[in-house]
Design a protein around this ligand. Structure first.
Ligand SMILES: Cc1cc2nc3c(=O)[nH]c(=O)nc-3n(C[C@H](O)[C@H](O)[C@H](O)COP(=O)(O)OP(=O)(O)OC[C@H]3O[C@@H](n4cnc5c(N)ncnc54)[C@H](O)[C@@H]3O)c2cc1C
Length: 596
């Protein structure tokens, strides 16, 4: 049977020692969000994930969701768990206090999200989608819509969805055909079919608020003609209760590879009543708020699954007795040594561990930037934080989910054949992790967003600033006892990233395929550097703790050893990525279709 323990020691190290979460309590409106209070909230969240959500993860996968007469039934235990989740206030954690939220920093939700995804990714989808709907309404909804719908989304009694995809329109949303026709009363009649809608229909909440992309009759073609509409499953009564059934039905649910307890629905809209969110034809702008928040959350899915897979693979590697250490028996009294003695097994586990801890640190750094962007009194700090969130969003989404999937696979390999069968739970993590590379914009699309939009943005200001921050830390670490090698390794990879950036700027103008051909490798190159930068920061803190004799000695020594592993065995992959980028588009684009 698999097990999960929230990595609270690592989380606290990052929040307190590396990222100074105390700075959040200094932001206007967060006065009560002291580090102690956040610790307490997260400890409660960890217990909930371990004791309520994790135990229904495997059973939820085995049972899946069922569609009966247009209604979706979630697996046993999901409704009870959701009722507790909402009742304990988890749907309200980082939501605006003016609409009934607890008003805690977004960072708190970020950490909770990782734990949720480790414990039960399918379950996390339901409140996750609701939060996305909350974000879009919060930033683009009229006050009337906010008053009507936000309190219900926040207290968790109503769920949310995002309805973008149509059968012929996935990545290319510019060709969607769902229609919105204005009605005399100011509402719109929405007609069309959406597919692959997560949490599109279920029994966890009394109502579901769909945020739907559609076209007005006079809409220009392409993405500039898309508007956003709020379409509830049940129309609300004036006093906020449940009114008549709206014209939206669930035609079918998908049978799929993973996240089987998350309902992936075909939704048919037939003259359904909707309200416009934001301005006509500017729906993509409003939807992007939701998509950006969801992209970061999907990145955390990759991390969460990688963490739970690591924990179970490590426990197995310590117990499974096979073969002898090449350097002589380590368990002389036993029939064989634990497989953890074998360099290859260690290498796999350390790769996962070093990526997990570095990616977690990077994600939290971004999470804190979101709070600074929203709350800091100084406009320059807000802008700087916003820049870094923009730049890092595709990296968090794609790098963390690509590595998350790879890592669950490595974890499975650690168990040999026992990883491939269901008993140990690891094969579920591999299946569940796969979707995160696809939805919320495939990882190829994230890479194009990074190189095509984020790099040139503001004349390159975002990426220059990122280089500046990393370079400053490399320079500072270069003369710190014990960090010289790490600083040298990161400095070399940063140089490779800068070189790749210049190359793309030069070649991209002449031939846009050069950008497309390099995008994924570039995103990974930046991901490795960003994670390496976080390792340098963590190693700096742990080194100082050890030097001053404070903190848990074993914890900090392990940090330094893991940093060394990352810098010597993982980060050097940046050289290969630069080599691939330098080879250009020609080897890819030279083929005619018939030559494939
Ligand atoms: C389980 C699940 C849950 C989902 N949940 C939701 C949801 O809640 N709401 C919602 O609206 N949608 C949802 N989706 C849809 C999901 O977001 C899409 O599947 C995804 O955006 C890709 O679209 P597509 O499947 O049509 O693939 P396509 O767009 O057809 O892409 C196919 C391949 O071509 C590549 N490609 C396409 N265009 C380009 C390009 N311009 N440049 C480079 N490569 C390109 C893609 O990277 C991909 O590898 C979900 C899907 C699944 C499977």
């Amino acid at each position: 049977m698999p097990a999960y323990k929230a990595p609270l020691d690592d989380i606290r190290f990052l929040l307190h020692d590396v990222h100074d979460i105390g700075q959040l309590a200094a932001l206007p409106g967060f006065e009560d969000a002291t580090p102690e209070m956040i610790d307490e909230v997260l400890a409660g969240g960890a217990t909930f994930c371990e004791e309520v959500l994790f135990p229904i993860n495997q059973s939820g996968d085995a049972e899946g969701v069922h569609l009966e007469n247009g209604a979706v039934r979630t697996p046993a235990g999901f409704k009870e768990a959701y009722t507790r989740y909402a009742g304990d206030g988890w749907t309200a954690v980082a939501a605006d206090a003016n609409y009934g939220g607890q008003g805690l920093p977004e960072m708190t939700r970020f950490v909770m999200e990782e734990m949720l995804c480790s414990a039960n990714l399918s379950f996390s989808m339901y409140p996750g989608l609701s939060h996305g709907a909350y974000s879009a309404l919060m930033s683009h909804g009229s006050e009337e819509l906010k008053q009507r719908f936000l309190p219900k989304l926040i207290d968790g009694s109503w769920g949310g969805t995002m309805c973008l995809t149509e059968a012929h329109a996935g990545t290319d949303l510019g060709i969607i055909t769902t229609k919105a026709v204005p009605s005399a009363d100011g509402t719109y009649a929405i007609t069309g079919q959406k597919i692959f809608i997560s949490a599109g229909e279920h029994d966890l909440t009394e109502n579901i608020v769909h945020l739907v992309l559609a076209r007005l009759p006079d809409a220009p073609s392409g993405t500039k003609g898309i508007s956003l509409f709020l379409v509830p499953k049940f129309l609300p009564t004036p006093d906020g209760g449940i009114g008549a059934r709206n014209g939206v039905t669930c035609g079918s649910v998908e049978h799929k590879m993973g996240i089987k307890a998350s309902a992936t629905c075909v939704l048919d809209f037939d003259n359904a009543t909707g309200w416009m969110v934001g301005e006509a034809h500017k729906g993509m702008r409003a939807m992007f708020v939701m998509m950006n928040s969801a992209r970061l959350a999907v990145g955390l899915q990759g991390l969460g699954l990688s963490e739970v897979a690591y924990q179970n693979a490590l426990a197995y590697a310590k117990e499974r007795l096979q073969g002898r250490s090449l350097a002589g028996p380590k368990n002389a009294g036993g029939v064989a040594d634990p497989i953890l003695v074998h360099p290859d097994v260690r290498k796999g586990l350390l790769r996962i561990k070093s990526l997990n801890e570095g990616m977690r640190s990077l994600a939290y750094w971004v999470g804190i930037r979101i709070d600074l962007e929203h709350r800091h009194a100084d406009a320059a700090v807000r802008q700087d934080a916003a820049d870094m969130v923009q730049l890092m969003t595709p990296v968090i989404k794609a790098f963390l989910t690509d590595k998350g999937f790879d890592n669950t696979n490595i974890a499975l390999q650690t168990l040999g054949g026992h990883g491939y069968i269901k008993e140990y739970g690891i094969e579920q993590y591999v299946r569940d992790a796969r979707i995160a590379q696809i939805y919320e914009g495939t990882n190829a699309v994230q890479a194009l967003d990074l190189v095509g939009r984020k790099l040139p943005m503001e004349g390159g200001r975002l990426v220059r600033r990122f280089f500046e921050i990393v370079k400053a830390d490399v320079d500072a670490a270069a003369s710190v006892d014990g960090l010289e090698d790490a600083a040298k390794a990161l400095g070399a990879s940063l140089y490779q990233l800068q070189k790749a950036t210049m190359l793309l700027a030069e070649r991209g103008f002449a031939n846009p395929d050069e950008v497309g051909a390099a995008a994924t490798e570039y995103l990974h190159l930046m991901g490795y550097v960003a994670v390496g930068w976080q390792w340098l920061r963590m190693a700096t803190v742990s080194g100082a703790k050890l030097a001053s004799g404070s903190g848990d000695r074993r914890f900090h020594e392990a940090k330094l050893k893991t940093a060394r592993f990352y810098f010597s065995r993982v980060l050097p992959e940046t050289a290969t990525l630069l080599g691939a980028i330098q080879s250009g588009a020609a080897p890819i684009m030279a083929f005619e279709a018939a030559e494939f």
